[in-house]
Design a protein around this ligand. Structure first.
Ligand SMILES: Cc1cc2nc3c(=O)[nH]c(=O)nc-3n(C[C@H](O)[C@H](O)[C@H](O)COP(=O)(O)OP(=O)(O)OC[C@H]3O[C@@H](n4cnc5c(N)ncnc54)[C@H](O)[C@@H]3O)c2cc1C
Length: 451
């Protein structure tokens, strides 16, 4: 069987590893628009325009080249349990079941383990502990050694532009641009793993989606509390810990009106040295001023080094830290559609309409009240930073979901006869987690049982 994987990013790399585990003699052709230098939207030359509101998911959250966004991400691998949603639909119920069944096996592929229990800390909140990938191994393409697999033929600098299909169910070929020349190749099976927005663009351009818009949503995030004196709230310590070069973090998750929210700690916001460490570790970005940041604040730098190297936990500057509340944006009106504008490749870009749902203020208020209740019950020393939540100023984070509305896993696996689309956009809900890893057990189920 000849298999095409369209995109060498996070999901594309995971798919290839799972394919080779099942079929050691697989023939895989991997298409990627970039190469080993990972680029953002502007650098690669893609086009998106923002209509209404501010959403940086495309300009700041998309990365192109080997490893895709996993080259720049946090690398926190989280999955769902029954605690995550009060009323999950059938698709999400099945994702939860697969997550529970295969979480350990999936995490073992990254040599990590997460056996921390989820604790109900109040009637409305439970905790979820996250284990991050090692700071030194975040890029899935290199972690799975895709460049060294003899089964994989890598076509770099090949921009997939559309898929050919006469009946809308069977994919007959992939049309791509190589050095400005349009080419086509045919395969038995296709994995569309070009990232949420570009995969959606390809489906729209190929008329494989019957509508001309693809709706989506994402999380909204806002700094809400300053916490003083202790990192412990009730019986839970929220300070990040280190296990090897991996971080262990904790959050509290709840839900109001079918919208999930999560309350998560952020440390050292006013500590320039810590900001420099994050820039270097996550963005592989170095500036000489980072060295100067060491000398600007020697006592805190020494405290940081002691905490990380000896105590194996996050340093908390001035014993003060922040709680952010992130919610699922309850928007019904955010969508992407093909733009009239063309990108550097001469291909139609995307117009993005992103609205913050009118119920968002109410959800934030209710989530904040739940958090205040809990902080009070635990006698935490906190300061409310903003009485009124202005959701227009929320930072956004890059977990697009709700693009395809699959009813159940069977429909997801069979929407196309010889193609599986893999992106967080396939999830109906994102819940209170960074959801990338929640789909990995689903990919394995497909490859092991259906392919
Ligand atoms: C700063 C940041 C931090 C994050 N932290 C976390 C986290 O801690 N935990 C978490 O779960 N999620 C996190 N995320 C989200 C996570 O990065 C994404 O959900 C995930 O990487 C999506 O994987 P993907 O395979 O869909 O896309 P990508 O990894 O972006 O891969 C897409 C690939 O397709 C290629 N491609 C694109 N278009 C084409 C085309 N037309 N033709 C050929 N190739 C193409 C690209 O070059 C790229 O390699 C974070 C995101 C960001 C931006």
């Amino acid at each position: 069987m000849e298999i095409a994987v369209l995109g060498a990013g996070t999901y594309g790399s995971y798919v290839i590893n799972s394919l080779i585990q099942k079929y050691p003699n697989a023939h895989i052709t991997l298409f990627d628009v970039g190469d080993k230098t990972v680029k953002n939207e502007k650098e690669i030359g893609f086009y998106s325009s923002l209509k209404k509101s501010i959403y940086k998911g495309l300009t700041d959250g998309r990365y192109f080249g080997f490893g895709g966004a996993s080259d720049k991400w946090g690398g926190q691998l989280l999955t769902y349990t029954e605690n995550d949603f009060k009323k999950p639909n059938k698709f999400m119920k099945e994702v939860i079941a697969l997550d529970k069944k295969s979480k350990n096996e999936m995490l073992a592929k990254f040599k990590i383990k997460n056996d921390f229990p989820e604790n109900h800390v109040s009637e409305e909140l439970f905790t979820k502990t996250g284990v991050w990938l090692s700071a030194l191994h975040r890029n899935f393409f290199y972690w799975f050694k895709i460049n060294r697999r003899k089964q994989v033929n890598i076509l770099s600098h090949c921009r997939v532009i559309k898929l050919n299909s006469q009946n809308g169910k069977d994919i007959e070929g992939v049309v791509y641009l190589e050095n400005g020349i349009e080419k086509e190749k045919s395969f038995d099976f296709y994995f569309l793993t070009s990232g949420a927005f570009e995969s959606a663009r390809i489906l729209l351009s190929s008329n494989l989606i019957t509508k001309d818009k693809i709706y989506f949503s994402d999380h909204l995030s806002q700094k809400v509390f300053k916490i003083k004196k202790s990192t412990i709230i009730g019986k839970e310590d929220f300070v990040f810990r280190m296990r090897g070069t991996s971080l262990i973090t904790k959050r509290m998750i709840g839900e109001v009106n079918n919208c999930s929210f999560y309350i998560h700690p952020v440390f050292n916001l006013q500590f320039p040295f810590f900001e420099s460490v994050k820039e270097v570790l996550f963005k592989h970005h170095f500036q000489w001023k980072y060295i100067w940041n060491i000398f600007r604040d020697i006592p805190n730098v020494v405290g940081f080094a002691w905490a990380v190297l000896i105590l194996r936990r996050m340093y908390v500057m001035n014993n003060e830290w922040f709680l952010y509340i992130d919610i699922e944006n309850p928007t019904q009106e955010s969508y992407i559609t093909l733009s009239k504008e063309k990108d550097k490749f001469g291909i139609q870009g995307l117009d993005v309409y992103y609205n913050i749902g009118s119920e968002a203020v109410d959800i934030y208020q209710k989530a904040t009240d739940i958090a205040i209740n809990h902080l009070k019950n635990c006698n935490a020393d906190y300061e409310l930073l903003t009485e009124e939540i202005n959701v227009q100023t929320c930072e956004d984070i890059y977990h697009p979901y709700g693009m395809f509305n699959f009813q159940d896993i069977q429909e997801y696996f069979t929407r196309w006869n010889n193609m599986l689309v893999v992106t967080t956009g396939c999830l109906n809900r994102s819940g209170g987690i960074n959801p990338t890893a929640s789909l990995l057990p689903v990919i394995d189920e497909f490859i092991n049982k259906f392919l």
